[in-house]
Design a protein around this ligand. Structure first.
Ligand code: C2O
Ligand code: CU
Length: 458
């Protein structure tokens, strides 16, 4: 086609109005099948699904306030979508099929382009059939740097996962829909990995201060994390700085999707090894090693300063905020009596036949109407009442919230709260990000079998 002079001029004028970045090719994030040595040496490698050829996917590291732009290219045998977990994001970029976008079909692509308002440790993962896609390896770290680099020697991202592999062939157990996992704690693995590898080692020096960015990428397992040969503080949870660093003494729990940033000093001597531990009832074992060689140049530092705060909303008068109860129901031992699935009320047995074992306030799966319809800028309290026999890690999209302590005072900012069986956790939510936001259990099998809802901010 030949352009007339007039068409050339109009096109030229239109182009001039486009933002500059539209001209730069968007970097790709290719989701595809690949292979990786997941099991220890001596075992075969494992067929996985990955971003950029490996699991975890490529580390995306930007400065606070920057944009992240990636064209997701789907070469998987299933439709997919990427969710940027913990980012207070533009709703259209949140990556939830059926709510914020259509799932990207096989061979299709989708352009994600958004600003990151907060510094901290975040992650990205598939949000389509995530029970399966995350378990096959579709996740990676998203790290947002503080405007001023903190005083540390090394910054190490540690993505923790457990894989369910065949003990002979090291292939991923493909039975994702089995009712036993769905109706109990979820899919637990039989092999722990850090950054997609079994028991990796990092080289450090005695006296060095490390920033460890822990991400629990497991489908269902709540980790109890401990330190050996390392001493330090938790400085941030779910990306958000604590007002004051919290000394690590003993184990602390990290539920699926939760993050903890630690500043730790290497106290193990040169020639020895330090480790990150998973503490179990009958002892514990190392998740990864830090081989200590040599001495840090400077003397051991004092207590670290808190990280600079992120631009989070003010939490106003909590007592005046409406309280919304969300009852977590169902699962093995407390089987659902009945619940609504869409507009249809069904008995527990019927629901189980459809693979639905859990409900939130009597509704299985994301209902038509939102759990909460919030005016932009309004403050709410949500009480998660766990009536089931299992742990649930409740996650809100697009927002962080403050966990309300036993004293009624607002505590740390989080995006995922662990609610133990029989207990209640209350949160304060300043609904300031407009859009349709998912609210679900991050035990991915629970989310798939009923524990998904949503809220709207307008
Ligand atoms: Cu980490 Cu709805 O997700
Ligand atoms: Cu759950």
């Amino acid at each position: 086609m030949k352009l007339t002079r007039r068409q050339v001029l109009t096109t030229g004028a239109a182009l001039a109005l486009l933002p500059r970045r539209a001209f730069a090719a968007m970097p790709e994030l290719v989701a595809a099948e690949s292979r990786q040595q997941i099991a220890p040496e001596g075992y075969p490698d494992t067929a996985i699904w990955s971003y950029g050829g490996g699991t975890p996917g490529p580390e995306i590291r930007v400065a606070q306030g920057d944009r992240v732009s990636r064209r997701l290219v789907n070469k998987l045998p299933q439709p997919t979508a990427v969710h940027w977990h913990g980012i207070r994001i533009d709703n259209a970029m949140d990556g939830v099929p059926g709510l914020t976008q259509e799932a990207v079909p096989q061979g299709g692509s989708f352009e994600y382009d958004f600003q990151v308002p907060d510094a901290g440790t975040y992650w990205y993962h598939s949000h389509n059939r995530s029970m399966e896609q995350v378990a096959r390896g579709l996740y990676g770290p998203l790290i947002v740097g503080e405007p001023q680099a903190p005083d540390i020697d090394r910054d190490i991202v540690l993505m923790l996962d457990d894989w369910r592999l065949d003990p002979e062939t090291a292939t991923i157990d493909g039975n994702f829909d089995n009712g036993h996992d769905l109706s109990h704690a979820g899919r637990f693995g039989n092999l722990f990995t850090v950054n997609g590898r079994f028991d990796p080692a990092f080289e450090v020096k005695n006296g060095e201060r490390l920033r460890l960015r822990l991400v629990n990428a497991a489908n269902a397992r709540v980790l109890e994390v401990g330190l050996d040969g390392l001493e330090g503080w938790i400085v941030a949870l779910d990306g958000m700085p604590l007002e004051a660093p919290l000394v690590v003494s003993g184990a602390f729990s990290l539920a699926p999707a939760q993050r903890a940033d630690l500043f730790v000093d290497v106290t193990a001597e040169s020639g020895a090894a330090a480790s990150l531990l998973s503490i179990e009832r009958d002892g514990g074992f190392g998740l990864c090693r830090f081989d200590v060689g040599g001495q840090a140049a400077q003397a051991r530092r004092g207590v670290p300063e808190a990280l600079p705060p992120n631009p989070l909303p003010e939490i106003g008068d909590l007592a005046a905020a409406p309280l919304h109860e969300m009852r977590l129901q169902g699962g093995a031992m407390r089987w659902l009596d009945r619940a609504l699935l869409g507009e249809t009320e069904m008995g527990g047995r019927e629901l189980a036949q459809l693979g639905k074992f859990w409900a939130l306030n009597g509704r299985a799966d994301r209902p038509e109407a939102p759990f909460l319809d919030a005016a932009r800028g309004s403050l709410h309290r949500i009480a998660f009442v766990n009536e089931t026999g299992f742990d649930h890690g409740m996650h809100l999209h697009g927002h962080h919230f403050r966990l309300i302590g036993a004293n009624g005072e607002p505590g740390p900012w989080r995006d995922t709260v662990l609610v133990p069986p029989g207990e209640t956790r209350q949160i304060a939510l300043a609904a300031d990000n407009p859009g349709k936001w998912l609210l679900h259990c991050h035990m991915l099998g629970h989310a798939m079998s009923g524990m998904t809802s949503w809220f709207r901010v307008t």
